[in-house]
Design a protein around this ligand. Sequence first.
Ligand code: SF4
Length: 373
Amino acid sequence: MSLNHVRPWRDIYRRKSRQIMVGNVPVGGDAPIAVQTMTNTLTTDVAATVAQIQAAAEAGADIVRVSVPDEPSAKALKEIVRESPVPIVADIHFHYKRGIEAAEAGAACLRINPGNIGDEKRVKEVIKAARDHNCSIRIGVNAGSLEKHLLEKYAEPCPEAMVESGLEHIRILEDNDFHNFKISVKASDVFLSAAAYQGIAEATDAPIHLGITEAGGLVSGTIKSAIGLGNLLWMGIGDTIRVSLSADPVEEVKVGFEILKSLGLRHRGVNIISCPSCARQGFDVIKTVESLEHRLEHIKTPMSLSIIGCVVNGPGEALMTDVGFTGGGAGSGMVYLAGKASHKMSNDQMIDHIVEEVEKKAAEIDAAQEAAE
Ligand code: SF4
């Protein structure tokens, strides 16, 4: 069993939401918080889009969203859905016909704002298509595209306007007896997003899709998302997340999982605990961690590994991890297994050795898990 024991001071009490299905992935209720990303290829380039979806799925994405801006994209979606290992959400803006086509093409969810796709008749047609094809809907309120009447009422995008927009869209779906939906209220501003999400979380029991929109590049966007999404998740709000970065979708998935892993909400792969290193380090911590991150990407089993430069913090951190290495001196360090000092290992063989120990431990955890099921 992993040493990550549950402790009361780290419990997060998730908001009670109802559960919907996005294809075969449950979202809401007590389902694991699903990680999403979005492709940035041309949807009409089926091979490139499928390759990106597969890479994202391999990195752990539970759901992937694909833009459907025109009719050829809706046609391509059918093939993409067929080849995708994960459910596909079709991103639709304004064109109600794309929504119908996407539902017919097998999308598991439509990201659409029912208030923005035309008159009541058109809205009803899209809802009917979603219902007929067992397709859920995500209402995607965005501070940057609030309805005119709300901007006139509130003068600027604000949490109240975003919540009101969300509730108006919800009402349209519920008036049509459609309840298979989730909702997001995104903004690029962390405070605005957080306040809007808290408001909508109180106003509905629909599952919530969390995101800080247009968060930025890999580093700045990661930090912004970690603060915004992290705080909401810590409050128990959020049933699925998408980290928006100006970066490869695989990076979005990795960052999403790291946020969830930091809060103990999802566990996947090796959680590496490492020190920043300093003059006391007994080996090159930074290069070693870089190498191990890469060499251990294939491990899906949740487990922990501490890589610490010296005995100041090494033994203490190793106590709480499945596998550990602490620099000692004279070109070697101590390997820890299940929190206990196990054996010495030379620095130049240590990376290969740690990879082997982690693989062995992962196999043990998997076998114990299987036996328990
Ligand atoms: S654990 Fe040791 S090597 Fe790492 S930062 Fe602390 S003192 Fe420096």
